[in-house]
Design a binder for this molecule. Structure first.
Ligand code: FUB
Length: 595
């Protein structure tokens, strides 16, 4: 396979940030993708991750020359995994251009991605819908034709609490239509939302467009109120918003969310709540070579005001703070990156993506990596059609301490994978991890994934997902020392629960809900057969008593002595790959949990 030339983004970023061994700019995690230009962010929270659907500006573009869409995801808001391009113009055989701003939503286990494209036969902009079985696709054309078309753009989708879904879109008008439960057909006709100055503010200087509404609606519901955050005025755009007591209005203009900033004459909002925080995605031209047609998606954390209004936000190079830490003792994809310099990504023959086109001095930064009591070795899945090179494992910056160096030899092909392992010392506690790629000239090697192993260390975070409800529980620092925290949250990011380990004395460890104040006491703090778990109200009144029982088939069962229900722990371990199952003691799998 011949290596193609690296992209303009990669060249410029490598020049600016990497090849001279300068440390990365302090704390710069915005824009959140550096190896290609991204635009029009549309976040979706699903099963404890934020999935980010974006458009893709071509390098050196001089128009909105956009041919495909991209998906990224993150569990911590700073390290983003590149899932490649699961949908493109080629998905829609009847479309020929303009893969512009869309939004994806989940319903009944399927993922629907609404996008504007140009219809070949009419030359008009219409809305198509892709459907996939996972948030990362692949997506197929759900209809084989447009869903709806008014020669306008930028669909936003919202499913109301009563199950009614609405599709909004438009420039210069603002339309909505009621989607049917199948999400790929609708009832009634597309309806224009009246663009009044009370609803959408006043624009001066354009008699044809008296209100601020321009394009890019992002419609959602929060606390009984409906929000429409939209690109306002042109050009340059800012982001404004309106609210309404219902999904179809009447709308009231509420002001600016993000003023005109950031070297792009368009902007586009996407908002989600995730693990107790609210996040505002937008785009700008902040990458080297960036501008109005070479944009990049960024994110800020924010808090709604007490009355539900949105504060005015400013673009930063810092971005959102990390939620939790990253576990280096489980396999991590090489394309999970907080900041990358000089790298590109491509589909891997082993599944997912790999990073490639790595040249001497290129690097990836992975933020907030929790090594705990220490790592003893580092392994990476690598391939090289040339002579390979080395991976320097550094902490805190590109010139930070080298805690390990792995040699990569030629493997006979860019997708001929092998695993290289090297010793690690000095990696304890939590650090930003820098993997720096060094060697001769030209492309050195590809990396598919990496993983540390510990010298008796404890994983510092693990996650269990309820396969029935989708609920996710992340456990950080799963030791029993004071201040260790367990964060419990459902997949939609609301109703967050935090638990704290307290030393209750008497050999008992007490887990207190920061949220409710209630406690769970773990007697003996052990999962050995026979150890007991007692749930208290914090007033030392045991209201639930459990005991461990071996099931004899490799499972350990936690029996609730009050209700008789069981929590069955496969292997009785929280090691990587261990699964938890909740049983009723008689039925096999009423609830399933897995890491
Ligand atoms: O990305 C192409 C177009 O630019 C989008 O559809 C608009 O919202 C603007 O961001």
């Amino acid at each position: 396979m011949t290596r193609r030339r690296r992209s303009l983004v990669a060249l410029v970023v490598a020049f600016v940030c990497g090849v001279t061994l300068l440390p990365a700019p302090a704390q710069a995690d915005n824009p959140i993708v550096q190896h290609l230009y991204t635009a029009d962010p549309a976040p979706l929270v699903h099963n404890g991750r934020v999935y980010l659907y974006t458009g893709h500006d071509e390098d050196a573009s001089t128009y909105f020359t956009m041919k495909d869409w991209r998906v990224f995801s993150s569990a911590d808001m700073v390290n983003w995994t590149d899932h490649g391009s699961p949908m493109s113009l080629a998905t829609f055989a009847w479309a020929d251009a303009n893969a512009w701003a869309g939004q994806a939503v989940e319903r009944n286990g399927k993922f629907y991605w609404y996008v504007p494209v140009r219809q070949r036969s009419t030359g008009q902009m219409v809305i198509g819908v892709g459907v996939g079985d996972s948030p990362t696709g692949p997506f197929r054309d759900a209809l084989g034709r447009p869903l709806v078309g008014t020669n306008e753009i930028d669909p936003s989708v919202m499913i109301d609490d009563d199950g009614q879904a609405y599709l909004y879109w438009g420039n210069p008008n603002l339309w909505y239509v009621r989607l049917n439960a199948d999400m790929i057909s609708y009832s009634g006709s597309p309806t224009k939302i009246p663009l009044t100055t009370a609803g959408f503010g006043s624009r001066t200087g354009d008699a044809n467009r008296p209100t601020l509404y321009e394009e890019g609606p992002w419609v959602y519901k929060r606390g009984g109120q409906y929000y429409n955050v939209f690109a306002a005025k042109c050009c340059s755009e800012f982001l404004g918003y309106s609210t309404s007591p219902g999904p179809t209005g009447p709308w009231t203009y509420r002001g600016t969310v993000m003023p005109t900033q950031g070297s792009s004459f368009t902007n586009h909002a996407g908002i989600v709540d995730f693990r107790g925080g609210s996040y505002f995605f937008y785009h700008n031209g902040a990458l080297p070579g960036g501008g109005g047609f070479t944009r990049s998606v960024a994110v800020e954390k924010f808090s709604y005001n007490a009355d539900g209004t949105i504060p005015t936000l400013t673009m930063t190079a810092t971005g959102a703070p990390q939620v939790g830490t990253l576990d280096p003792f489980v396999r991590q994809e090489a394309e999970t990156i907080a900041w990358g310099s000089g790298i590109e990504t491509e589909p891997s023959t082993e599944g997912g993506m790999n990073i490639g086109w790595l040249e001497n001095g290129d690097y990836v930064k992975v933020k907030g990596v929790a090594f705990g009591t220490g790592a003893s070795s580092f392994s990476a899945r690598v391939a090289s059609a040339t002579a390979g090179g080395r991976i320097e494992v550094r902490l805190d910056s590109t010139s930070g301490p080298v805690v390990g160096t792995c040699t990569v030899g030629g493997t006979g092909g860019w997708q001929a994978w092998t695993t290289t392992t090297c010793a690690v010392s000095g990696a304890t506690g939590t650090h930003d991890l820098y993997l720096r790629f060094v060697g001769g000239s030209g492309n050195l090697f590809n990396v598919n994934w990496w993983q540390f192993s510990g010298g008796g260390s404890t994983p510092t975070a693990y996650r269990v997902t309820n396969r029935n409800s989708g609920q996710v529980i992340d456990v950080q620092q799963p030791n029993t020392s004071d201040l260790a925290v367990i964060g419990q949250w459902p997949s939609n990011g609301t109703a967050w629960q935090q638990w704290r380990f307290l030393d209750a004395g008497n050999g008992t460890v007490r887990l207190q809900s920061v949220h409710s104040g209630k406690c769970v006491d773990v007697s003996g703090a052990s999962t050995a057969d026979g150890a007991a778990v007692i749930q208290y109200t914090c007033h030392d009144r045991p209201n639930q008593v459990f005991t461990w029982r071996s099931t004899g088939d490799g499972y350990a069962t936690l029996v609730n002595l009050n209700s008789g229900k069981c929590l069955t722990v496969v292997n009785g371990s929280i090691a990587a790959g261990a699964a938890l199952e909740q049983r009723t003691c008689t039925t096999a799998t009423s609830m399933q949990w897995s890491r």
